[in-house]
Design a protein around this ligand. Structure first.
Ligand code: GLN
Length: 583
């Protein structure tokens, strides 16, 4: 195992996640297999219960983890699925050690931070890195944070085991430019380096984040004061255009070759940045600008707009726009503002998105926006709650089901078109809320002749393409392996699917479902349910819905934004923007 440890200096939010993802992308371009681990020093076991306005979006992994959003950047840059086990929190580490202690697994020993907690951390890093040439380990927060100490100790301990030649340390640091001086200052970075030194760590690379590229004077200053050759002091200026520019910037400083040299390695192949560069160019010099209204809930926080709570959707739109030669301008609209009018402002946008959400806040505003999109033929994409609310809107306004609702908001609705399944109700009665969430990858069978099927087929995202398939064939294509993996995590059931079905896999994070009782009635009025998931007990869960006569009206129970990658946009986002373009 070769380890690259990324830490942050001076302030948090300095871009460690994107820097880590960019280093990984570069090594991948040189022909190496790479994975990444995020260490979050907080005591929460995972990010599932954190407020998005405080911590940013909750990222959902294929195996149903609710994780810090940095894992999303790794997947988007590296084009790999990363397991929930690649996110390590203080809470998980202590929970498992204490559990083992209670089970008597430590045989009468005193259980201590050193070695037991440290061993647990090392073990988790080792497991996550298994079968890869490189594992990047990003330690959240900044060096000097009290809660980071065990993690720094653990990577140092891994260094002793693996040998220094197999470990490289990267410090992503910030160079502030006080307005009254107009000069980038290196002192805080020098101090961050010293703090790493206190943990026995000398950084091999310093990535200097600053508004502008770092100049020779300041490179030298860091070299002289910290004994790190200026060759390894890499410029990481702010990028205004797109984060996908960052690996290209790093490569302009030969970061990849320098990194490989540190490991005594050479390239396995010549990097091919052609397509990546083209897409970045598209964003920077767009031929098209797509204007999208995203009607959501977690929008304003004090004086700030928190775009981070929908980061994967923002990125998915960017991926799709870049593919079509352009860029997006997203306007985040607080759904509450659309409850009592003001709906006409939606006319100014190419398309409307209703993202996922929970609870009653802003719900009527979102429903108003959906009605407006449906009636005015404006391209519409509904994601998770966005699909549920589209079904409610259709039931109320096209099927005369006055007062139709989700039982999440109105338990006494006369038409519970969105409801929880009977099996889930039982779990809730026993207060097992956790067990009622549909989390992670689930397979859906798509209906022939639908737009959704066409979009997934064109994007090459069908697992099985409507052709009869033997078990052997499924095995050969890795479908059985995927099935086994997801089965282990209580999701996805591919083998129950007819052998000639068109199947896709998307990630989920929700509790309520379209109520089967009303499907026929809604279909008779023109709403098409274009895909479903079949549970082992035979229950069908609706996964996609679309309106054939509309310019583009598609909604899904899934979160396709978790599988969109730079260079491989998610089919629904691509279709949505194509429709915006045509319009
Ligand atoms: N609140 C809805 C549910 O739990 C939708 C969740 C979501 O949009 N992620 O089913």
């Amino acid at each position: 195992m070769k380890l690259i440890v990324v830490t942050g200096g001076v302030i948090s939010g300095v871009g460690k996640g994107v820097a880590t993802a960019s280093i990984g992308k570069i090594l991948k371009e040189y022909g190496y297999s790479v994975t990444a681990v995020k260490i979050d020093p907080y005591v929460n076991v995972d990010a599932g219960t954190m407020r998005p306005t405080e911590h940013g979006e909750v990222w959902v992994t294929e195996d149903g983890g609710e994780i810090d959003q940095d894992l999303g950047n790794y997947e988007r840059f590296l084009d790999i699925d990363i397991s929930k086990h690649s996110n390590i929190t203080t809470g998980q580490v202590y929970r498992d050690v204490i559990q083992r202690e209670r089970e008597g697994k430590y045989l009468g020993k005193t259980v201590q931070i050193i070695p037991h907690i440290i061993d647990e951390i090392k073990d988790r890093i080792r497991k996550a890195g298994n079968n890869h040439d490189f594992v990047l380990v990003e330690i959240g927060g900044t060096v000097g944070d009290y809660e980071n100490i065990p993690f720094l100790f653990a990577v140092k301990s891994l260094e002793i085991e693996l040998g220094k030649k197999n470990v490289v340390y990267v410090l992503v640091s910030y160079l502030p430019t006080p307005i009254h001086m107009g000069e980038a200052k290196t002192k805080p970075t020098q101090q961050a380096i010293r703090m790493l030194n206190e943990n026995g760590i000398t950084p091999d690379f310093i990535l200097c984040r600053a508004p502008r590229p770092i100049d020779e004077v300041r490179r030298k200053k860091i070299e002289v004061s910290s004994n790190i050759s200026s060759e390894y002091i890499i410029s990481a200026p702010d990028v205004a255009s797109t984060i996908y520019r960052i690996p290209l910037n790093f490569e302009a400083e030969n970061l990849g070759k320098k990194m490989l040299e540190k490991f005594n390695l050479g390239p396995c192949r010549n990097p091919d940045w052609k397509r990546w560069r083209e897409l970045v160019d598209n964003i920077e010099n767009p031929r098209e600008i797509f204007t999208i209204a995203m009607v959501g809930k977690y929008v304003g926080i004090g004086d700030f707009q928190l775009a981070d709570s929908y980061i994967s959707i923002n990125e998915s739109l960017k991926h799709a726009a870049a593919e079509l030669g352009g860029d997006v301008r997203i306007t985040w609209i607080d759904a509450n503002e659309l409850e009592a009018g003001g709906i006409e402002r939606l006319r100014n946008f190419d398309g409307i998105i209703i993202p996922g959400g929970f609870g009653s806040s802003g719900v009527e505003g979102k429903i108003n926006a959906i009605k407006y999109a449906r009636e005015n033929n404006i391209p519409f994409l509904g994601l998770c709650y966005g699909m549920q609310l589209a079904v409610i809107e259709f039931a109320r306004n096209a099927c005369s089901m006055t007062g139709a609702h989700t039982t999440e908001v109105d338990t006494n609705t006369p038409y519970p078109v969105i409801d929880i399944l009977a099996s889930q109700k039982k779990l809730i009665e026993h207060s097992k809320y956790g067990g009622t969430m549909r989390l992670g990858a689930y397979a859906a069978v798509l209906k022939e002749g639908t737009r959704v099927l066409d979009l997934y087929r064109r994007a090459g995202r069908l697992e099985t393409d409507g052709k009869a398939m033997s078990t052997m064939e499924k095995f050969r294509l890795g479908i059985i392996a995927k099935h086994m993996f997801c089965k282990l995590h209580n999701s996805l059931d591919l083998c129950n699917i007819p052998s000639n079905a068109s199947v896709i896999i998307e990630r989920h994070r929700h509790r309520y479902e379209v109520n089967p009782k009303y499907i026929e009635q809604m279909e008779s009025k023109g709403l098409v349910f274009s895909g479903h998931h079949q549970k082992e007990d035979g229950t069908k869960l609706m996964e996609f819905t679309e309106m054939p006569d509309h310019h583009f009206f598609i909604a899904t129970q899934a979160h396709p934004e978790f599988k969109s990658r730079f260079g491989k946009p998610a089919p629904l986002f691509l279709g949505f923007l194509e429709a915006c373009l045509k319009k």
